[in-house]
Design a protein around this ligand. Sequence first.
Ligand SMILES: *[C@@H]1O[C@H](CO)[C@@H](O)[C@H](O)[C@H]1NC(C)=O
Ligand SMILES: *[C@@H]1O[C@H](CO)[C@@H](O)[C@H](O)[C@H]1NC(C)=O
Length: 568
Amino acid sequence: MNSVVRMALAPVAAALGVFALLASLPFAAALQSFRPNIVVILADDMGWNDVGWHGSDQIPTPNLDALAYNGIILNNHYVQPVCTPSRAALMTGRYPIHLGMQGSPITPAEPTGLPTQFKILPEYLRDLGYKTHILGKWHLGYYRRQYLPLRRGFDSFLGVHNGYSGYYDYMAQWEVDGNLITGFDLYKNETPAWENVGRYATELYSGEAVKLIKDHPTGEPMFLYMAHTGVHASHRGRFLEAPQGRVNSLKYIIEPNRRTYAAMVSKLDDSVGELVDALRERDMLSNTIILFMSDNGAPANLDALYPNWGSNFPLRGVKGTLWEGGVRSPSFIWYSQFQTNPRVSDQFIHITDWLPTLYTAAGGDSNTDLPVDLDGIDQWNAILWNLASRRFQALLNIDERERSAGIITKFDTPDPTRRTWKLVVGSFGRGNVDGFFNDVRSPLNPLYDYNRVINCKAYRALTTLFEPTTKEYKMADMRRQATIDCRDNAPLDRNFEPKCTETPCLFNLDRDPCEKVDLAPNNTAIVARLYNTLKVFRRSLVPQIHQPLDLPAANPARFNNTWSTWSF
Ligand SMILES: *[C@@H]1O[C@H](CO)[C@@H](O)[C@H](O)[C@H]1NC(C)=O
Ligand SMILES: *[C@@H]1O[C@H](CO)[C@@H](O)[C@H](O)[C@H]1NC(C)=O
């Protein structure tokens, strides 16, 4: 019996006597409490500075904030710098360099996918009796049927195969030799779902999530992978799409693109409220783990291929870089078992950790059931009991084509200002995205409205389980702890470009989370140590499995204008 179960059952067992308990509950219901429902909400391209709990008062995210203030804000959680690699790492528990997926995302018409020899998260959870669903973005390949979500452990799918599609028309475009190829990309299981054209994507997925929860058989645990396409940019000419009423309600945001982006984030926040409320209605909330994260930082540079006007400020860099703004994800985890101790966690967690961590949370034994060569580390006990993270180092990536790499190591030293070191090799976007972008930060909270948090759907759902933090000062305190403020550090010099191409750069993240001061010349021994570790990782790298586009074979014109599986 694992510790969660013991904890969950102990008071009941004491009250009823354990035998009375087992006799009085149907077997399936008793089992359910051993296996919590797991909801992973993955936002797409959402920035560090686009959520309330990191100190921004610009975009209202009351539902996310309510869960964050009553759960564990994961302030030291790292992901991969772009979509496909993050999703591959989440699904496999392996660094993308061990999958050949460390490069740029899979593009439409590219005949590649997450290698099928790796067993992935929904398959593991299915082994433990879970019903498994994916809503939203897959982005791990679809050129052959064996790469599709339903062949990889999911019972149902409503979403897109590619990296994005229009929020109303579900069209995805790709430019090849100056020609724009356009195709429909929205599937219900394995059939094009034309009937949903015109419905706003974020609402479509949240409506479907509510339906899945309503129809869920009691007694069986559920894994819901809510991989929103929000808040990724849509296709060319209309990067940002949100219902006009919501956009209008945010008139105080002057920059019109940022305003539409904020509306997209706000719609995603609504969706989280709907989902939590549906779980409450089915009496599933008390037995559900909700993990929220963004797959990477926001493409806050306006010359990005798909800019979205998100903000990672004050963190350096953008999506696609190994700067903190690219890989440090706005994240939290909520579970009723945590409720007595909401906190801001500095526990060092990498996206690969979720496979073994959630497997253990689901009642599995990650020591005996999972491959020994996973890169992910089981963090369940660390999270549940607030113990030290078992991770001391995270490979951020090695991209052998771009010639970039990054690694973070935590040293076990008594001096808390000399523990966390990050080595960065190379440069990103040809040096165009090594700086700071989209500084929309306003002073800590003149506008931020705690009443809005207290009155949102998610918060009200939580009140049916326990008395959530109502004290404004408690929420404010967590918010302050979760906010990174580098104004006391070196002044922001927008022209300062660390040259990490010739020699690696070294940053001390304890004192300089915004990566303003390259300390490599002052700490040659630490540089050597981290660089050697990178070299060891380099030896286990699987070359990128990118393929030349398969056209015209994959052209949507051949498939009733849909991006379809094309190779049989
Ligand atoms: C690093 O070393 C240089 C001289 O080599 C010195 O000027 C600078 O103050 C040092 N920086 C820190 C943070 O110790
Ligand atoms: C082909 O596409 C149209 C929309 O352009 C759709 O209405 C129709 O159902 C599709 N046909 C098939 C066979 O899927």
